[in-house]
Design a protein around this ligand. Structure first.
Ligand SMILES: Nc1ncnc2c1ncn2[C@@H]1O[C@H](COP(=O)(O)OP(=O)(O)OP(=O)(O)O)[C@@H](O)[C@H]1O
Ligand SMILES: [Mg+2]
Length: 262
C-alpha cells in the first residue's frame, strides 16, 4: 500500500511517499507563497519524483504549521506526534527529540512506543529558532549552509551579550567591524542558540538518547554546540528535516491498516 506524509512547515514543505516500510521518494520545497500553493506544488513534485499517479496513494497525512492547507490530506496529525513517530522508526532507543525549524523550536519526550509524554515549544521569539541563524547569516552575507564550515574555522567562541535577535544583529555588525573573525562569531551564535534550546529542553527534563531533527540539524556547528551544552552525543539522521513528513506517512499507513482513513 502506497501512502504519503506531507509536512507544510513555516519555511519548507516536505513530503515522503511510503510503500510498506520503504521510502519510495521524498521531496522538499521552500514555502514562498501561500501554504496551500506550497502543498499543491509539493504534490506535483513528489508524484513526479516517484513516477506515480495521485490516485495510487491510498491516504495522505498532513502535518506542520500549514497542515490545514493540504487539500488532498485524508487527515492531520500534530508535528510533534509526527516527529516522534518518524524518529521511533529510525532509532527506537530515542527518548527525547529536539526539533529546530525555521520559526520554532520544539522538545518532546517519548516512550519506547514513540508516544509523546511531555512537550514544550518556543514559537514566540526568533532568538530560539532557526530564524536567529538566518537573520545573523544575512548580516554576515553568507548562506546558512556555510555556517557549519565557518564554525569549524573559528579560533574561539565569541560571547554574545544580546539575547534578542534584533540586538544580536547589531552586535554581529559591530563585532565584524572590530575585526573579530567570522568563524568565532558563528561559534558564538551557535552557542547562544544551543543554550536557549537546551534551557527549553531542560524545562521538561531530557532523557537519552536525544535526537536532533528539523532543518537546523543539518548544521554540524549547531549539532556540536548542542552536544557541548547538553554534554551528550545526539542522534542526527540524514532524514532530520523530513522526519515529520516520514512520521506522517507512517501514521497514514497505520491508520489505513486499522481502517480509519478519515
Ligand atoms: N544545510 C543547512 N544548514 C543550515 N541550516 C539549514 C540547512 N538546511 C536547512 N536549514 C535551516 O533549517 C530551517 C528550516 O527547517 P525546517 O524545514 O525543519 O523548518 P519548518 O518545518 O519549515 O519550520 P517550523 O517547524 O518552525 O514551522 C531554516 O531555518 C533553514 O535555514
Ligand atoms: Mg517543522
Amino acid at each position: 500500500m502506497v501512502v504519503a506524509g506531507c509536512d507544510i512547515g513555516s519555511t519548507t514543505a516536505k513530503a515522503v511517499i511510503l510503500d510498506g516500510d520503504t521510502i519510495v521518494t521524498h521531496a522538499l520545497l521552500p514555502v514562498e507563497g501561500s501554504p496551500k500553493d506550497a502543498a499543491m506544488q509539493l504534490l506535483e513534485v513528489t508524484l513526479n519524483n516517484a513516477g506515480i499517479l495521485h490516485r495510487e496513494i491510498a491516504a495522505v497525512c498532513g502535518t506542520g504549521y500549514g497542515q490545514k492547507n493540504v487539500p488532498y490530506a485524508s487527515f492531520m496529525e500534530s508535528e510533534i506526534v509526527c516527529h516522534a513517530r518518524g524518529i521511533q522508526f529510525i532509532d527506537p532507543d530515542v527518548r527525547t527529540i529536539i526539533d529546530i525549524g525555521g520559526q520554532d523550536a520544539k522538545v518532546c519526550r517519548i516512550d519506547a512506543y514513540g508516544n509523546v509524554q511531555r512537550y514544550v515549544y518556543n514559537d514566540k521569539c526568533a532568538s530560539g529558532t532557526g530564524r536567529f541563524l538566518e537573520i545573523t547569516a544575512d548580516v554576515m552575507e553568507v548562506p546558512v549552509t556555510k555556517l557549519a564550515t565557518l564554525d569549524a574555522s573559528g579560533v574561539k567562541e565569541v560571547t554574545l551579550s544580546n539575547q534578542c535577535v534584533v540586538f544580536a544583529e547589531t552586535e554581529v555588525i559591530s563585532l565584524l567591524n572590530s575585526g573579530e573573525d567570522m568563524g568565532s562569531i558563528v561559534k558564538g551564535l551557535h552557542r547562544a542558540l544551543a543554550s536557549r534550546v537546551a534551557s527549553l529542553a531542560l524545562s521538561i527534563g531530557v532523557e537519552e538518547k536525544i535526537a536532533f531533527t528539523g532543518g537546523v540539524a543539518h548544521n554540524a556547528g549547531m549539532v556540536g554546540a548542542l552536544e557541548r551544552v547538553l554534554k551528550t552525543k545526539l542522534v542526527v539522521h540524514e532524514y532530520c528535516q523530513i522526519m515529520g513528513a516520514l512520521g506522517a506517512a507512517l501514521i497514514a499507513k497505520e491508520r489505513m491498516k486499522h481502517g480509519v482513513a478519515s
